[in-house]
Design a binder for this molecule. Structure first.
Ligand SMILES: Cc1ncc(COP(=O)(O)O)c(C=O)c1O
Length: 372
């Protein structure tokens, strides 16, 4: 096989991206005031089945706004997984809230919902779920807990475009939910994010926070509170809209690659995969990850793949082991054994939409060669 190198991600931009972008340039609408913003928001809202969508500059910005918009009392506790990207924890802390961590499940790598109730105290005001790598969190269990303890639900569906839990789209569950459109996602806008909700007041507040908290009806440049400039540009929305038009094709392609990897690598000695299916969902394989039985095995495999010009990325690093949080006095002496193991021994292989069949075959062949 004549393969030069296989990057861990390449986006696929083969729809109307160039036509829409050209329109931005020709009309001069390049800021956040242009018409593609509303179109992208409306189409996303309709796709995810939500009343409101607010486009922002990236997924982390969406989390900042979503969390602030809920106006939880300072010092409130919010339960979230330890195994995730830093963005949700960072947003909570920046808003004066306290992240309370939970370990994950060995087979889905998602937050273990059986471990949540023991973490609920009088200060708990919300659960922040993060759907990990392609499989949704067990939402029935989460919704029951939110109802029982009167908790708000923040849903980080950054990696989950088009994934469903039973018949409902991920991103449709949270009181407030978010997506990211970074180029490794099922649909991209270069950089980008979206906040989704059904509550008019939350939507209005999110819009305000995204735009320096300008008062929508007050005198311009007079502010009652502070927010951010987290606006998305018309050019980003143009790309995002073109991508959304092709989401079904993207999902089919991602699933095809994921299923092939799953079939071929499921028996790879020394490595475990994320489940292909749960009773509520089938994996959409945002990324295709493997967890080695030991850290050494993971490192050896990654080095072997690197030598063969195959890109990999390590898994997320747990929140309770982040130097920055330990320095802040958070999570000291907390232990979450499953997340720790997954973080140390997990990595993902090329999973982007631009991957060719030949490249997938090459990755599989090399991984099998390593094990032999
Ligand atoms: C679960 C999760 N949340 C939030 C983010 C942050 O999104 P962004 O990179 O657009 O800021 C990511 C990024 O991949 C993510 O995976």
């Amino acid at each position: 096989m004549n393969i030069k190198n296989v990057p861990v991600n390449t986006p696929l931009l083969d729809g109307n991206e160039l036509i829409y972008l050209t329109e931005c340039i020709k009309t001069g609408w390049i800021s956040s005031e242009g018409p593609f913003i509303k179109k992208f928001e409306d189409e996303m809202a309709s796709y995810v089945n939500r009343k409101y969508a607010i486009a922002v500059s990236n997924g982390s910005a969406a989390l900042d706004i979503a969390i602030r918009a809920l106006d939880l009392e300072l010092g409130s506790e919010v339960i979230m997984p330890t195994f995730t990207i830093i963005s949700p924890a960072q947003s909570l802390i920046n808003s004066g809230l306290v992240p309370v961590l939970v370990d994950c499940e060995e087979d889905t790598w998602n937050m273990n919902t059986n471990l949540i109730e023991q973490k609920i105290t009088k200060k708990t005001k919300a659960i922040l779920v993060v759907h990990i790598y392609g499989l949704p969190v067990d939402m029935k269990a989460i919704l029951n807990l939110c109802k029982k303890y009167n908790l708000k639900l923040i849903e980080d569906a950054a990696e989950m475009h088009g994934q469903k839990y039973d018949d409902a789209q991920c991103g449709s569950f949270g009181d407030i939910s978010i997506f990211s459109f970074y180029p490794n996602k099922h649909i991209t806008s270069g950089e980008g994010g979206m906040i989704m909700c059904d509550d008019l007041l939350l939507a209005e507040r999110s819009r305000k926070l995204r735009n320096l908290a300008f008062e929508p009806n007050g005198r311009r440049f007079v502010h009652e509170e502070i927010g951010w400039n987290y606006r998305m540009t018309n050019m980003q929305a143009a790309i995002g809209l073109a991508q959304l038009e092709k989401i079904n094709e993207h999902l089919i392609k991602k699933r095809r690659v994921g299923e092939k990897y799953f079939k071929e690598l499921n028996d790879l000695v020394g490595f475990n995969l994320q489940k292909h299916k749960t009773k509520n969902s089938t994996n959409i394989y945002w990324v295709f990850g493997l967890v080695a039985e030991s850290e050494k095995l993971a490192n050896d495999m990654v080095n072997f793949l690197t030598k063969n010009k195959i890109g990999t990325r390590p898994f997320f690093w747990c929140m309770h082991e982040q130097p920055v949080f330990l320095k802040m006095g958070l999570f000291r002496n907390e232990k979450y054994p499953i997340a720790e193991k997954i973080a140390r021994c997990g990595f993902y292989i090329p999973s982007g939409l631009g991957l060719s069949e030949n490249e997938v075959d090459y990755v599989i062949t090399k991984m099998k060669e390593f094990v032999r």
